[in-house]
Ligand binder design. Structure first.
Ligand SMILES: NC(=O)c1ccc[n+]([C@@H]2O[C@H](COP(=O)([O-])OP(=O)(O)OC[C@H]3O[C@@H](n4cnc5c(N)ncnc54)[C@H](OP(=O)(O)O)[C@@H]3O)[C@@H](O)[C@H]2O)c1
Length: 330
């Protein structure tokens, strides 16, 4: 009989936590027992998994005493910094969606179809990358393997669900002429180049995450990469315009064939292109608008769209867990 696993979902009442539940169900993840945690605020509320109701428990220092195999965390950086080491000290493999652990040297930052080979049995805290980064490195890895990527410029168009339920509420409230409560400016009928806090160098933290995480996942510490991250009034589905300069001349037909063969990419031919509405509820990265950049030697443009709450968060984390199981690393 195939082995089943004791799973903890931390942040179960949140946008990503609720999506963890859907993705575990959709992918028929081998669960023997499951427990749902949130803060004191939501303790006692109910969540549904595989047709059964479960009472949400408050996350405490003793939550991992009884033993889990895997803990899927999506409860923000502070919670991860405090509770992931406690879980790991009990031998639980933590896959964390916050940015708290991503850039720590000893922590693996993983998009399974790109760099799952870095994972070992000793990795008890594993970081899930930033949502826009995940959907960007999947096609970038293909391009790099063929033509050696030298420089990347990202421009993102990010959905409000990337900010959790607070972002979605601001968009909904905007429809009713209400003032935003979470964002600094109105997102309804608007967009702004401001995601996460500003840094002294003029970039935002979201932009820095994309730049740093791209280098770490692709294993290219000196890659030139820059980003502008923009919030748009779409509920689900991030889009990224990616401009790439390569070392070698680009053979577009070879690249199209590689995208078409890739099991995690949906390639849109010619004048067809993906939009956020095309990807909601889907686990793949959708790529289109591929063309040579007429302003740069060996340059190309492409457009990548994915469901930010699934491939950009919950699905990627669960794919990491599936890889650990497949490779007997758990
Ligand atoms: N949304 C996305 O597309 C996305 C993508 C990638 C990564 N992430 C990351 O995933 C994390 C969660 O994001 P989200 O969008 O799901 O946010 P969210 O909708 O605001 O949900 C936050 C969750 O964390 C729980 N929580 C907060 N403080 C806690 C504490 N002290 N102890 C236990 N649970 C606590 C909340 O429980 P209560 O109900 O009790 O408040 C809720 O379940 C964040 O770190 C975010 O950066 C989000």
């Amino acid at each position: 009989m195939n082995k089943k696993y004791r799973v903890a979902v931390v942040g179960a009442t949140g946008m990503v936590g609720q999506t963890f539940i859907k993705v575990l169900e959709d992918r028929k993840f081998p669960v023997s027992e499951i427990t749902f945690f949130a803060s004191k605020r939501s303790a006692g509320s109910l969540v549904s998994f595989n047709g059964m109701n479960f009472v949400v428990e408050e996350l405490t220092e003793n939550s991992f005493d009884n033993g889990f195999d895997i803990a899927l965390f999506s409860a923000g950086g502070e919670t991860s910094l405090k509770f992931a080491p406690i879980a790991a000290s009990h031998g639980v493999v933590v896959i964390d969606n916050s940015s708290a652990w991503r850039m720590k040297d000893h922590i693996k930052l993983v998009v399974p179809e790109v760099n799952s080979h870095v994972l070992t049995k000793n990795d008890l805290i594993i970081a899930n990358p930033n949502c826009s980064t995940i959907q960007s490195v999947v096609p970038l890895d293909v391009i790099h393997k063929l033509f050696t990527v030298n420089r990347v410029i990202y421009s993102t168009y990010q959905a409000v669900s990337g900010s959790g339920y607070k972002g979605v509420m601001d968009l909904k409230n905007g429809y009713e002429n209400k003032e935003p409560e979470f964002y600094k400016k109105q997102i309804f009928d608007n967009c702004f180049p401001h995601i996460d806090d500003f840094l002294d160098n003029g970039y935002t933290k979201e932009e820095k995450k994309m730049m740093d995480e791209t280098r770490k996942i692709l294993g290219l510490s000196h890659l030139k990469v820059s980003a502008t991250c923009v919030r748009i009034p779409v509920t689900v589905g991030h889009s990224v315009s990616i401009n790439v300069e390569c070392e070698k001349p680009i053979d577009l037909n070879q690249l199209i064939e590689a995208f078409k063969q890739h099991q995690d990419i949906v390639y849109y031919e010619g004048r067809d292109y993906p939009t956020p509405q095309d990807v909601v509820g889907n686990d793949l990265v959708h790529v289109g608008r591929l063309r040579k950049d007429l302003s740069a030697e060996n340059g190309i443009h492409l457009w990548a769209v994915a469901d930010n709450v699934r491939k950009g968060a919950a699905t990627n984390a669960i794919q990491i867990a599936e890889y650990l199981i497949k490779e007997n690393l758990i």
